[in-house]
Design a protein around this ligand. Sequence first.
Ligand code: NAD
Length: 259
Amino acid sequence: MNTSFSLKNKVAVVTGGGSGIGLATVERFIAAGATVVMADLNDSNELANKVGATFIHVDVSKEQSVKDLLAQTQKTQGNIDILVNNAGICPPFKELKDTNIEDYEFAFKVNTLGVAFGLKYAPIYMNNGGSIINTASLSGKLGVFGLGAYSTSKFSVLSLTQTAAVELGERHIRVNAICPSSVDTPMAAENDQSQLEMEKIMIPLGRICQPEEAAALIHFLAADDCNFVNGQAINLCGGMTAGIGPKMWEKLAGSAGDK
Ligand code: NAD
């Protein structure tokens, strides 16, 4: 039994591996001994060479592109043990009344179909006993003001995670999702900064998540040590969903006093 979270002799593919959570995951997997394919829409060849990964171009919103990525990985690196369906985008903030079909389609194609294609093809190229981790979001469990299209696409990732866990259990392939609140990456930097300030008040730990912390949770789910975790969507939110802390209480009491 593996008791050290080692990923030695494992072949891993990380989509969206060229930035943020994906890049932190690639680096962590390499440190744990895995052979890693960094897959991304952006050309990240140089970055991959620098960190010791192999770059393969992918557009996760295109079925054939995802299939080619997984087939090419198997051909060049051997059977896949770990897939991290992590690539994602966040459409601009809009209330539902202003959200149009293009916003829904953009979010759905990358965030939801990107995961669905990974779940469809990875098992063909995977060893039994592998692990698939989908990067969902806390917005995949809670409605968030102005994030309707994004949130819808991430709720669907949880449904795909549970369905795949049920279907792939016979092969001992586990499928789990992580649900982070805001993570300090280029994606979060594009958000309205007042939202991040608000989150720091809502989170008992008083700060947002670092990409390395998301990578550590992905690593936990990827390794064999705790092989009985399956079909779960794990929050990574510094306790935000646990309740109302003193800073939040103060803010709410203050705004109630304003009325
Ligand atoms: P990021 O922007 O730093 O990285 C996303 C990566 O995905 C980029 O390298 C980008 O090129 C790649 N990508 C985008 N579209 C792609 C496509 N069609 N095909 C292949 N690659 C594509 O963002 P991040 O914060 O690291 O996001 C990673 C995941 O985490 C996403 O699924 C995101 O929705 C999720 N997430 C992020 C946050 C956050 O606050 N940053 C919170 C919760 C969940």
